[in-house]
Design a protein around this ligand. Sequence first.
Ligand SMILES: [Zn+2]
Length: 315
Amino acid sequence: MHDLKISRRAALTGLAATAATPAFAKAPQLGVQRPGFYRYRLGGFEVTAILDGFVQFGDLPKTFGVDQVPDDVAALATANFLPSDKSENQYTPIVLNTGSEVILFDTGNGEGGGPQRGKLRQRMIESGINPEDVDIVVITHFHGDHIGGLVEGDAPAFPNARYVTSRTEFDWWKANSDARGEDYQKTLERNVFALADQTTFLEDGQDVVSGVTLVASHGHSPGHSAFHLESEGRRLLHGADFCNHHVLSLQRPDWHVRFDMDKEAGAASRMRLLDMIATEQIPFSGYHIPFPAVGYAEKHGDGYRFTPASYQLNL
Ligand SMILES: [Zn+2]
């Protein structure tokens, strides 16, 4: 016992190290590591959340609560243990395996997305799903971080898939393809309009497949769509971009968000869907909610509070 104590002390203090007993090399630090995928269950469905990547930016009040006094936005962030001068936006497409179809919701930033983005295909393969196995690609709306990964090189990134999107979204962008400048117009032509003859267009309340229903939630974009998933009595709202910050968009759903093309309509859709999720106590996933981008909203004051899913969806 005495000897052990001495040797432990010697090891801790380095007293035992001599020229004959080289010290261990210091392990190099490896940097921040985010998980790349996470899979959970929903009745007979399986959902794989895949992190396409992230971007970091400063000054939260310039994006969330843009109609508010910036100090009030900063104070709400601080009260929730978040800095207000720095933030991280993540991108999480999901793959739904219904047992008979593999359905991908949104395609990430794609190959032009920058060093930290556009990882969807690579991580999908790491998660055990081949891009060739995707039967249907659902596009919730036509912003670049959702349509960027539809094409890889000059070929469809999911070569055996057909496509589903909202009729309202498609018609608006077709009529206003120059709304975001020339480069964006080219992306729309190449990634969306060129695939139109393989695309099914849906209206509010219509099904992609049995158990997967479009829920119109316009505002973030003219035809932005969420999707209600249901299997064996288990439900999940895949909300896409109806609320883009797990604290600010839930606690103050009426605050305007820079990314919402129609800010009043975006806030109205956010409040309507949050009320449904909280009242019916169903989980939701959100494309920009911190990975794995799934949790619950509970009523809290005039807004809601986010509780990340823990093991509920593993059971
Ligand atoms: Zn987005």
